[in-house]
Design a protein around this ligand. Sequence first.
Ligand code: FPP
Length: 233
Amino acid sequence: MKECKHLAIIMDGNGHYAQAQGLPRTAGHLVGSDNVRTIAIAAEELGVEYLTLYAFSTENWKRSMEEVKYIMSLPALFFKKYMKEFMRRNYSMHILGEMDALPEATRNVLIEAVEESKNNTGLHLNLAVNYGSHREIILAAKQYAKDVKEGKASEDLTEELFESYLMTKDFPPVDLLIRTSGEQRISNYLLWQIAYAELEFVPESWPEFTPEVLKRCIEEYQTRDRRFGGVTK
Ligand code: FPP
């Protein structure tokens, strides 16, 4: 069976899900954050080792102050509810993105979750917060140029060397990228890392994305013929 070691998800549709029920958009984000736990467990049970979720992009700051503030308050609530269980399940938390720009309280909660779980060896639960792929690549290029100038890196840049400057340097490439809520775009997510990933776009919004839908996605992935630029056997 073809394994899906690294699964990435663009968790779209929280706002519309809530609005369709006459609720404020923030209510959708709350349900969405609870669904992170549900889907993490389901993914682990389906053999996923790395789950990388797009929680907040570098472009999401354009939203109303109220919505941004609410999303930034969610990690505290989320880890308060679920951190004990994540520790019991041996999950290790990682953050992709520039943490400096986050509200101090949010940053501290995230750092604490990473620190507390750093010796765990189970599912890698990676949250992309204030993450954007262009920004990630620019930062990597700048650091590489600096290292070359200081004689710390070879001028002979290879793919492997460049990857070691990315925020995902400790993770394998993405096998499958799922986007919920029907939109068919990548939105500046893991552009380098999805070079050979399979892509799936599902109509369900993120709060409606259940373990059954995930299972269907993985089954669909297993039918795909991944050639990585080669030819079919
Ligand atoms: C996009 O859907 C979703 C976001 C910008 C936020 C996603 C955040 C979460 C699911 C919470 C994660 C938090 C933790 C602590 C894990 P949208 O609401 O923009 O969708 P729309 O297209 O319906 O407006």
